[in-house]
Design a protein around this ligand. Structure first.
Ligand code: SF4
Length: 712
């Protein structure tokens, strides 16, 4: 039996993998999955987790390298031939166009070890500044705002279980009940107290948890989460509900924020958000009453992608943090602000050097001291390390353009489905001289590649992941990979050697982790006191290790840091910074040709681009095809019946999907899940406009037209 964690989302539910039983064999799974007791999932798994072993047995699993031939088709190749080809083409492209002509795109599902090795490979072997990853589509706004205001970006700066003690939880733009169902058990306390406040344009399954006296659903106009927050801030300041002592002792900028929200009275916000002013007042009072300063048991403000994937995403999260600080929540029991990380290793994936502007340990790449520290660990001259690159959307936008990257290495990301305006992304990837994709399945992006390298997946490898609460956990190998498959660590080692770097890229994950720990030591995300052996021992003893975990001092191991901010904020003055922000609305505006809002999101059965979950028969059967949710009034006005195909058109393109008529949608808004490719792909419609601070694209709001689809 192997104790490990689910391969999908950041909840990282614990599971045990055992020998395949009759049921596993029936569904072609090589191992049997059972839920395991763990603080985030308490033994529970969602349907994706229960069926996750079936991806290991996928019938179209990649088991041999593929190289595109002169006939335009992908053909099997030996590893030596494929790696020789990649190394030769990279060298040729860099000699002809310069080092910056090669770029790397990583993923938030890679283990910490792979994410670290990939960042090092880009900076030390390729010596290119152009590396970024798909976490830029996921966590960038929350990370930027938290870094600026709190001095650190750890999705939840407290254990998830702390939610259980909260009397009120404000949840903005997150559909937890579908994306990570076991997590909703932690909302029971807030629901029992009538304190669950959900802000979402849809009456989602999560919004439904706030029905029947459990709280409030604020069904805001898409793209107006920031205005909702400004109104809540207005109320808590106007009604004297703030924690004045906390603000005076632990923050700077509170007066600026107070002045900035003075004009956001609820009636004004109602005109922007569509949320009744009385509901805004009620929500603010519910939250404030739960704050310790007002005698409550605790209150938590949480943001998800609905609030963050916006051109004003950093401002929105900043307002959420301002609200939490105004009520004196961060650092208090069962209280605080947190972002709900999406991807499995979305947290660790952004800590170890995959981001364009960061080195391991969250060190800034333009900080001379940070460069010197990491360069010393890597055994290179700091002056040889490249500077900052560009964020993911901009990186892809430049691919194949004059002066832009001519070659791209993609690890763990299905860009042509998951990126915004994905038909334009496909064109950019096709314009490259060389596209190399490491994957374990023939994803839509892999099928575009010049070279495909087949790699191991979760239950076939050792490593670590970092969950949404900053807990570093072990991923363990339960079975051998199919013959012909290698780990990305092997791929990077072999490519580095072919490119002239014959040391520094070990293939043993424990050895890579030890180096990662040294590179991160002393940084914000400090793993200096961790090793695979310590993580194993801690798990056996029932202990959790949340970073920062500095290196042992005087022989005493650091116990980890489950809760941040109890004694201050890791900013130069030890205080949180409150930054005034204002609402300006999304980049797409409604107009007569595109008079409806489109919002995108996930469904229970599928994960991200769907490359894995669409291959699991039970999940595909439950959610077989792309669909569009419409309100009955809208469907009636457009003459569309439930189950009919409809066309959705934005300024970027048109998608065709099946109409689901449901009163849960706003009459001015349609919803599409983004898990499918082809003509039903929601990201054909989304804009690549980005947040100016975080680089986060605006996935959550597009102006669209909807009409019945008439096949040609
Ligand atoms: Fe848990 Fe997320 Fe896996 Fe579902 S997908 S079992 S919620 S980790």
């Amino acid at each position: 039996m192997t104790a490990t964690h689910c391969p999908y989302c950041a909840l990282q539910c614990a599971m045990t993998l055992g020998p395949a039983d009759a049921e596993a064999r029936r569904v072609r799974a090589p191992v049997a999955v059972t839920g395991r007791e763990f603080p985030t999932n308490r033994g529970g798994l969602c349907q994706k987790g229960w069926t996750s072993a079936q991806v290991l047995g996928a019938t179209d699993r990649l088991t041999t390298p593929l190289v595109r031939g002169a006939d335009g088709e992908l053909h099997p190749a030996t590893w030596d031939d494929a790696l020789d080809l990649v190394a030769g083409r990279l060298t040729e492209i860099q000699e002809r166009h310069g080092r910056d002509a090669v770029a790397v795109f990583g993923g938030g599902g890679l283990t910490n070890e792979k994410a670290y090795a990939l960042g090092k490979f880009a900076r030390v072997v390729l010596r290119t500044p152009f590396i970024d990853y798909n976490g830029r589509f996921c966590m960038a706004s929350a990370a930027a705002a938290a870094n600026r205001s709190l001095g650190v970006d750890r999705g939840l700066p407290f254990p998830l279980a702390d939610l259980g003690g909260a009397q009120a939880v404000l949840l903005l733009g997150s559909n937890l009940a579908e994306t990570m169902p076991p997590s909703t058990q932690h909302l029971a306390g807030a629901r029992a107290a009538g304190g669950l406040v959900v802000v979402d344009p849809r009456h989602s399954p999560t919004a439904a948890l706030a029905d029947d006296g459990a709280g409030l659903h604020l069904q805001a106009v898409p793209g107006t989460d920031l205005a909702v927050l400004l109104a809540l801030l207005h109320v808590v300041w106007a009604e004297g509900l703030v924690d004045a002592d906390y603000l005076a002792a632990r923050t700077t900028g509170a007066d600026d924020v107070r002045r900035s929200v003075a004009a956001w009275w609820p009636e004004r916000a109602e005109r922007v958000t569509g949320v009744p002013a009385d509901d805004l007042r009620r929500a603010a009072r519910v939250l404030a009453a739960a704050a310790p300063v007002n005698g409550g048991a605790g209150a938590v403000v949480l943001t998800g992608r609905g609030a963050e994937q916006s051109t004003q995403g950093t401002a929105t999260v900043t307002a959420a943090i301002n609200l939490a600080l105004s009520l004196g929540l961060p650092g208090r029991p069962s209280s605080g602000y947190g972002a709900i990380t999406g991807q499995g290793n979305g947290q660790g994936g952004r800590e170890h050097g995959q981001k364009a502007d960061q080195l391991p340990g969250y060190r800034k790449i333009d900080d001379p001291a940070a460069r010197a520290h990491v360069a010393a660990v890597w055994g290179v001259d700091p002056d040889d390390l490249p500077g900052p690159g560009v964020a993911a959307v901009e990186l892809v936008r430049r691919c194949g353009t004059p002066g832009g990257p001519r070659a791209l290495l993609v690890h763990g990301c299905n860009l042509v489905v998951s990126a915004p305006d994905n038909q334009a992304v496909r064109e950019r990837l096709q314009a490259l001289d060389l596209l190399v994709v490491c994957d374990f399945l023939p994803s839509e992006t892999a099928l575009l590649a010049d070279v495909v390298l087949p790699v191991t997946q979760w239950a076939e490898e050792e490593g670590t992941m970092t969950s949404l609460e900053g807990r570093v956990i072990r991923r363990r190998r339960a079975l051998a990979p199919p013959p012909g498959v290698r780990s990305e660590l092997d791929v990077l080692h072999d490519l580095a050697a072919r490119l002239g770097v014959t040391s520094g890229f070990p293939t043993d994950p424990a050895e890579v982790f030890d180096e990662l720990a040294r590179a991160s030591s002393g940084g914000i995300a400090d793993y200096g006191g961790l090793s695979h052996a310590r993580l194993d021992a801690a798990e056996a003893a029932g202990q959790a290790l949340h970073w920062p975990v500095p290196a042992a001092r005087d022989g005493a191991e650091h116990p980890g840091t489950p809760r941040l901010f109890a004694d201050g904020f890791p900013r130069p003055d030890g205080r949180a910074l409150m930054v005034p922000v204002d609402h300006r609305g999304p980049s797409d505006r409604l107009h007569p040709d595109q008079p409806l809002y489109l919002v995108t999101g996930r469904v229970l059965q599928h994960y991200q681009s769907g490359a894995q979950t669409r291959r699991v028969p039970a999940l595909a059967a439950a959610q077989p095809e792309p669909y569009v949710e419409l309100h009955p009034l809208l469907a009636d006005r457009l003459g569309i019946a439930d189950g009919e195909p409809v066309e959705v058109t934005s300024a970027r393109g048109t998608a065709v999907a099946v109409a689901h008529v449901t009163p849960g949608a706003r009459p001015d808004t349609v919803f599409m899940p983004f898990h499918w490719s082809g003509e039903g792909s929601a990201n054909r419609l989304t804009t690549d406009a980005t947040d100016p601070i975080s680089g986060m694209p605006e996935f959550k709001v597009a102006a669209v037209r909807v009409r019945a689809h008439v096949p040609e």
